[in-house]
Design a protein around this ligand. Structure first.
Ligand code: GLC
Length: 727
């Protein structure tokens, strides 16, 4: 009897269930495609926003319910929550072929648990923790019916006037590649048998906008495109990312929404098999760019170049059918994109169970859990950069009377920063809340002193008075949450309003003042930099902001973050970045000579890439460098010589002395965060793959060869060891 059952089971396995699931996604997609009408195919190429939220200008209100039931929409964005996505998906299940919707959302630094902004995460140089953060963000999104997140944003940026630096990986492509890999792996890691589609954006060179003005023209060399802006996108493909989003900008006259050169690199050089979605309305904006004659031509150009889905421009729904009818495009072009989309939906399991992501039970268990908040606290502590610590004022000992002063001392919403999914429910722990919780018996005064913006100094006196009476002052200053982000370019990077004046008054009356600067980008604060006894750069740290700040202030965590972007001293220096070329007459401090100095301002930035201090100190001994045909090996003995357990970011830079094109004076090619207990040592080995030294020359890729200098630095300027290499 048993044998009979076994034979029956094997027969079933291979004839139905097993065979069904192993039938390639492609075959299943083909069988669905054959059933579809042209209208249904075009519907799959159309993404619209839910009425609940818009992250761009709404072009068409229309009745989305009917459109979904008619199969005129293939994916939606900004629909949040298991209940909402379940309801909207149920509408799609009423369409003729019941093709399930994709739900996309801008989970940029967390869903409900808000993590530090990506630029702050980049400051951690801790790719393992960045991966963990991405996993938790994905877990919360998956619990809310979301299966497509528009992250990671991989725009390497050299211009802090551009508000979107907050969402990105900073100014260095090597760090950006490491972050790309970690975030893609974290986001797309299967959880509860489900997985997400991540989305590399904005493809490409969006951050190179002239003047740092968002959406502005990009005019760069092929070498800059290939060597600075494209590497993290290639790293995302290598990590297996499911989708890309094109950028709003043009590159050298051709908008990214139809830039065949870009998609030739993506599809043919990098062999990307996933889908490309436009940015919000970017296809239609090609008419505004002056590239497309009209929206019909824009539709033809975008689809022909390789953009599969039209987000919120309606060019595809309005014109693709007409383009087919007048034979301007072949239906096979539409089939190609539709098939890729169907394969993604099949791979997500949405055809087997369209509601498998809408799980109200998991939504309650997986969101804002203590474990998730612990990950947020860990990331936040690792993102805080210690810029100054005169006379080791920090870490503080226990104090009895604390004054918290400044407009960011007790603002939960501002701690989350921009691009927050559930921004109307701020729960971030403020500095004031964290201090009161930590020292329930101490006297804790809070005086705003001034607003973030504006010229009202009526609260100055109260702030000065509070500072005089306190043992220590925590001065919380910076940008409001909406002063960095999309369409938030700034022409002045100084602290807004009267904040720096307030700081000067506070320093006069209390030398035990810790200045905490918060914001979404590098800012200019020359007075504070000179006068403040101690400065912590805290970005926007998210849900656990206050707890992370107090952990660092009182020494539960020795600050380990380093700057992922150069901080200018003056606006006139911008763009200023570490991985610059040498030129024939580099700036030097010798007056009266013909060099690349300014005659009226200093050419040196305030803080360089990779800069940051710790409470403890480290010594590097016995450094040895060797190489073979594949890699460079660096070994050293690292000792924590200070009084605190701490973490050192070992940084390896290389410079190619001469070659087919000039190379930056330094390029980060290796880094590792090393934790050491105080007064302990460890033998450290770092490897630099020679493949990471390849570069795009005059008109082709070149491998590493020739004369190099290798630097080991505490940052991109402070070199503690260098040696020449012949590769
Ligand atoms: C926005 C942003 C993009 C975002 C998209 C959807 O305009 O440029 O980053 O993913 O629209 O919200």
């Amino acid at each position: 009897m048993k044998k009979l059952f076994l034979y029956w089971f094997l027969f079933f396995l291979f004839s139905n269930g097993y065979a069904q699931t192993t039938r390639s996604l492609e075959q299943r997609a083909d069988s669905i495609l054959r059933l579809m009408t042209l209208d249904e195919k075009i519907g799959q190429l159309n993404m619209e926003t839910g009425n609940w939220d818009a992250t761009g200008p709404i072009l068409k209100s229309g009745d989305k319910i009917i459109a979904i039931k008619n199969g005129e929409i293939g994916s939606m964005l900004n629909v949040k929550g298991a209940k909402n996505t379940r309801y909207i998906q149920s509408l799609a299940m009423q369409s003729r072929l019941k093709i399930p919707l994709l739900f996309g959302l801008d989970v940029i630094h967390g869903y409900k648990t808000v993590f530090p902004i990506p630029l702050a995460q980049a400051a951690s140089f801790d790719t393992a923790t960045i991966r963990k953060v991405a996993e938790v963000a994905a877990k919360e999104a998956l619990a809310s019916g979301i299966h497509w997140i528009f992250s990671p944003m991989l725009d390497v940026a050299h211009d802090p006037r551009w508000g979107r630096v907050m969402e990105g990986p900073g100014e260095d492509p090597f760090l950006a590649c490491a972050i790309a890999k970690s975030m893609v792996e974290g986001y797309q890691k299967p959880q509860h048998g489900l997985h997400l589609m991540a989305c590399a954006k904005h493809f490409a060179a969006y951050s190179a906008a002239i003047g740092g003005r968002d959406y502005n023209t990009v005019d760069i060399s092929e070498q800059t495109l290939q060597n600075l802006y494209l590497p993290p996108f290639k790293a995302a493909v290598k990590a297996g990312i499911s989708s890309f989003m094109c950028s709003f900008n043009e590159i050298n006259g051709v908008p990214s929404s139809a830039n065949r050169k870009l998609y030739d690199i993506l599809y043919n050089d990098w062999h990307f098999k996933g889908i490309v979605v436009s940015d919000w309305g970017s296809i239609g904006e090609m008419v505004t760019h002056g590239y497309s004659k009209d929206r019909q031509q824009a539709a033809q150009q975008a689809l022909s170049a390789g953009v599969d889905i039209d987000m919120e421009s309606y060019c595809y729904t309005d014109f693709l059918k007409k383009l087919i009818q007048n034979k301007s495009i072949d239906e096979s072009l539409i089939d190609h994109s539709v098939k890729k989309i169907l394969m993604q939906k099949l791979a997500l399991g949405l055809f087997d169970d369209p509601y498998r992501y809408c799980n109200e039970k998991r939504e309650k268990e997986d969101i804002l859990s203590p474990e998730n908040k612990a990950v947020a606290l860990n990331m936040a502590r690792k993102s805080i950069v210690l810029l100054k610590n005169t006379n080791n004022l920090l870490p503080l000992k226990t104090v009895r009377h604390i004054a918290i002063i400044g407009p960011l001392g007790n603002s939960s919403r501002d701690m989350d920063g921009n691009w927050v999914v559930l921004s109307n429910q701020p729960i971030a722990v403020t500095l004031l809340e964290a201090v009161k919780k930590r020292f329930p018996d101490a006297t804790v005064d809070y005086v705003k002193g001034c607003e973030i913006q504006g010229s009202d100094r009526s609260n100055f006196e109260a702030a000065i008075s509070a500072a005089k009476k306190a043992d220590v002052v925590l001065l919380a200053l910076g940008e409001s949450w909406d002063m960095s982000g999309e369409a938030k370019s700034r022409g002045k990077l100084t602290l807004p309003g009267l904040q720096e004046e307030l700081a000067t008054e506070i320093y006069k009356v209390n030398p035990h003042t810790i200045t905490l600067l918060m914001g979404g980008r590098p800012m200019i604060f020359n007075k504070i930099a000179k006068q403040a006894p101690a400065i912590l750069y805290c970005w926007w740290l998210g849900t656990e902001a206050g707890n992370a700040m107090t952990d660092v202030i009182w020494g539960n965590y020795d600050p380990s973050a380093r700057l992922p972007m150069t901080f200018p001293k003056e606006m006139g220096q911008i763009p200023v970045f570490y991985n610059h070329k040498n030129s024939g007459r580099p700036p030097v401090d010798v007056k009266g000579n013909y060099s690349g100095r300014y005659i009226d301002i200093d050419y040196k930035p305030r803080y360089v890439f990779g800069y940051g201090l710790s409470y403890t100190a480290f010594r590097y001994d016995n450094i040895k460098v060797s190489h073979d045909k594949d890699s460079i090996t660096v070994t050293m003995e690292l000792t924590n010589t200070g009084n605190y357990d701490g973490t050192e970011l070992v940084q390896i830079y290389l410079h190619k002395k001469w070659g087919e094109i000039t190379s930056p004076v330094k390029e980060l090619k290796g880094f590792q965060q090393i934790f050491l207990k105080k007064e302990t040592s460890r033998l450290i080995t770092l490897k630099v793959a020679l493949s990471d030294l390849s570069y795009y020359g005059v008109n082709s890729w070149r491998s590493a060869s020739g004369d190099y200098t290798l630097f080991i630095g505490k940052n991109s300027d402070d070199t503690i060891y260098q040696t020449d290499l012949q590769l």
